[in-house]
Design a protein. Sequence first.
Length: 194
Amino acid sequence: MSAALQGAAPAVIPLGISIIRDELPAERVLSSIALMSSTLGIGAAIGLPVAAVVIENFDWHTMFRASAALGLLDLVLVLWSAARRAFALRPYAEVTMRGIAADAGVSPSLIVKRFGSKEALFNTVADFRPAADALFAGPPEALGRHLVLTMVRLRDRLRGIRCCGACSRSATTTNAPCCASTSASRSPTGRPRS
């Protein structure tokens, strides 16, 4: 089991790079991908001496177990990010465990085994406290203006995202560049309908 997880761990790197491209603003994408790619070289440079120390002082099986633990941690973080993105971009009813699994590149049964239900997964990944704190941070006499300005800034930051989820069911989105034109031609997993 440890060797299988150790072998699967490098596959998380391309998933991480795709998550960087999806989640970060355009001006931060290149530097973030470069930083993530540099971890491969840094990891190899640090990993060899650390591996030598571990093998000298512990059983050689420890190396496989440590690598498996790090690979499992990477997998959990990718699942968390894919689920968080799915719930943020689509209405709750359109999000499926199978769609999240496809986005994360894992088996749906892995997600079901870990979280049990879509509701449990949502409760794990959805934390609205930072957003609520940002929305209600204004002084009481200017709270309405602060709420509108915060939402406009968020809309502008997310302008390049295919669908915002909240407006996908609105009847007034026919002139919006966001959901109306793309949601009908795409499945809940974001893939084009055939």
